[in-house]
Design a protein around this ligand. Structure first.
Ligand code: R2B
Ligand code: URA
Length: 292
């Protein structure tokens, strides 16, 4: 986090309880987290654990006996650390992820790990791309296709830009090897069903197939290649904090062809593996360049 983004009110606290992580500033956070360079996050706790074990193997750190173990409490988020990499789950949607981002950014600031990059590795619905393609976001756009994240603070609406780090995105794309990956805009919504224009939610929608397709085609024409539920809040937070950030999401289906996720568990596993491997290939390259 850049120093001028840091909340000066924190200086008034004797002790800061990072309540949802189950950590606080009376712990030796510097010893625990001072060497962190990459924070990788995704929705699911299972994927966070898998990624931690995969990172340990991929980066030659050796898998700890019994696999990576969570740090802090696991009621809300599951956080693992292997070498310089944190792997943590953020739940579904922007409110859940936003809580994690505040506590993680404070944690790393207290630990003195002030140059860490944040990478969201997630799932999404593709737009005009073959399922399994990984989209590395150029920027986040909201459900109105605007490059902003809107937050209500004390009864007032505020808009924050959702620009992402282009150099980091390009670096990740350049590490793709034979993984199918491309750059594109990522649309972040507040719902999986009507918020993403699906016609398979529980309630009778206020739109029909033609209206849905017209919107999805317009989004595609404007450069959107995938739709998920966190990118705009993630991009806006990291930009305000001065944290280099990337959103790397696999696509589970092509929304120009349908709404239902019909892939088998094996296919879904492969899809999410691709996004994780792409990020690990990038991190491995960066760490090896740093040690030359
Ligand atoms: C992608 O997948 C989840 C919904 O299925 C949500 O967290 C997202 O962004
Ligand atoms: N996650 C989403 O948010 N949307 C999809 O279509 C698939 C995964």
């Amino acid at each position: 986090m850049k120093p001028d983004a840091r909340n000066h009110h924190l200086d008034e606290l004797n002790q800061d309880f990072l309540y949802h992580l189950g950590l606080d500033t009376n712990m030796d956070l510097e010893a625990m987290f001072g060497d962190v360079q990459y924070v990788c996050m995704g929705g699911s706790p299972v994927r966070a654990e898998n990624f931690a074990n995969k990172a340990a193997e991929f980066l030659g750190l050796g898998i700890p006996e019994g696999g990576a173990q969570p740090i802090g409490k696991t009621e809300r988020f599951s956080m693992f650390k292997v070498g310089p990499v944190i792997s943590v789950s953020h739940g579904m949607g922007m409110p859940s992820m936003s809580i994690l981002l505040h506590e993680l950014a404070k944690l790393l600031d207290y630990a003195g790990a002030r140059n860490a990059k944040f990478i969201r590795i997630g799932t999404s619905g593709g737009l005009g791309v073959e399922p399994g393609t990984v989209i590395v976001a150029e920027e986040g756009v909201n459900a109105m296709l605007k490059s902003t994240f809107e937050q209500i603070e004390l009864g007032e609406k505020r808009e924050y830009p959702t620009t992402l780090d282009r150099q980091l995105a390009q670096g990740i794309i350049d590490s793709r090897g034979n993984i199918k990956a491309e750059l594109g805009k990522t649309m972040g919504t507040d719902d999986f069903y009507e918020g993403q224009g699906r016609l398979d939610g529980a309630l009778e929608p206020n739109y029909d197939e033609d209206k849905k397709m017209a919107f999805l085609r317009r989004a595609h024409e404007e450069g959107v290649r995938n739709i998920e539920m966190e990118s705009t809040a993630f991009a806006a937070f990291c930009l305000r904090a001065g944290i280099p950030a990337a959103v790397v999401c696999t696509t589970l289906l092509d929304r120009l062809k349908g709404d239902q996720v019909t892939s088998t568990p094996e296919q879904l596993g492969q899809f999410s593996d691709s996004a994780q491997c792409l990020v690990l290939q990038y991190i491995r390259k960066q760490l090896s360049q740093a040690t030359v």
